[in-house]
Write a protein that binds this ligand. Structure first.
Ligand SMILES: [Cu+2]
Length: 225
């Protein structure tokens, strides 16, 4: 009999759950942020983060772990946003070794020369910007943007970053980019999510020139490979 009661409860749960999810989904709106640079079009790799102004809004879960790979002597992705408390793995897909480090205040760490994937991921607990480098390959650089909020997104090549399913309420929304000329404060504004309709917002950033070499220099050849 106990088993039948259990099944009954499971069936009822299965019937109620989709309805509950539907109701919850109906009361959440996407924030569609578009990030551009004056006269230069869309900006990729900008982080858009929304912090609720009003008291406790139910927070979505975020993935417990992410990864920043090394591919062809570059970090991939160039910018990653994670919520504080996320672990990041650093798989090395190259057939040479890398030595990943950060001197940033939000997270100092070092993964001495390694191939493959280090056994232990790195925990990012403190909100802030963490700059990653490689001791062997000076041009390798990437950024981990650690947020205090579960609502964030990173802009694609189109300049669009969509934060899905924000519960209704007021949010302080800020935009960050590794090359932004002004501080984040200048790119912060309040956004109201009123219901389930998407809210579109545009940011125009001033960026400093991109001086990153894209590839390793080769001796005796012009340019970079
Ligand atoms: Cu390296």
């Amino acid at each position: 009999l106990a088993c039948c009661t259990g099944i009954d409860a499971a069936v009822r749960f299965a019937l109620i759950l989709p309805l509950a999810l539907q109701l919850a989904a109906a009361q959440a709106g996407d924030l569609v942020a578009t990030v551009t640079q004056a006269g230069r079009g869309p900006v990729a790799d900008a982080v858009v983060a929304a912090v609720p102004v009003d008291a406790a809004i139910p927070a979505p879960t975020t993935p417990p772990s992410e990864s920043v790979a090394q591919i062809d002597k570059q970090f991939v992705p160039y910018v990653i946003a994670v919520r504080a408390g996320t672990e990041i793995e650093f798989p090395n897909h190259d057939n040479i070794r890398h030595h990943v480090y950060s001197f940033s205040q939000a997270k100092r760490f070092e993964l001495p020369l390694y191939a493959g994937t280090p056994a232990e991921p790195v925990l990012f607990e403190t909100p802030g910007v963490v700059t990653l480098g490689c001791n062997i390959h000076d041009w390798m650089i990437s950024y981990v943007y650690v947020t205090e909020t579960p609502w964030f997104a990173t802009s694609a090549a189109s300049g669009t970053a969509t934060i899905p399913a924000l519960p209704p309420g007021r949010y302080r929304v800020r935009v960050w980019h590794p090359r932004m000329a002004a501080g984040e404060d200048e790119a912060t504004r309040e956004v109201v999510i009123a219901g389930d309709a998407p809210v579109a917002e545009q940011w125009q950033l001033r960026l400093t020139p991109d001086l990153r070499p894209r590839r390793a220099p080769i001796g005796g050849q012009q340019g970079y490979r």
